[in-house]
Design a protein around this ligand. Sequence first.
Ligand code: TYD
Length: 135
Amino acid sequence: MKEHELITLPKISDPRGNLSFFESGVHIPFEIKRTYWIYDVPGGQVRGSHAFKKSQEFIIALSGSFDVVLNDGNKEIKYNLNRSYVGLYVSSMLWRKLENFSTNSLALIVSSVTFDREDYIRNFEEFKKLKNEPL
Ligand code: TYD
């Protein structure tokens, strides 16, 4: 598995309405320990701007669209999420922010860990130092 990767989920098209789903260990490469969602984001606001030491995440725009900007300490890549059947896998130790939220967008995020303040790295310089440290 790459450090970040778009994953296209099953989409069961139906005249009654479409249905998509994902399962731990089948469509996403970790066991889900927590689900949270971000919504009612005022225009121009940015969420995230941190890295996780251990947490892996899978992020989907269930409604609307937004950008996920990832930085590995050396380079930045931006993903625009705008389909409810395509999610972004994000490994641990990647600086990430969510921005450019459309009106009424809904970001669903599943994590490989239960909530732990100690898992956050909130200082970018500290992140870069840890990321580039030889193992
Ligand atoms: P934070 O992760 O900083 O938000 P974001 O990265 O999206 O900008 O979380 C904001 C607040 O919510 C912070 O006080 C911690 C709390 N929180 C929980 O209690 N449980 C959770 O699962 C998450 C993600 C956040």
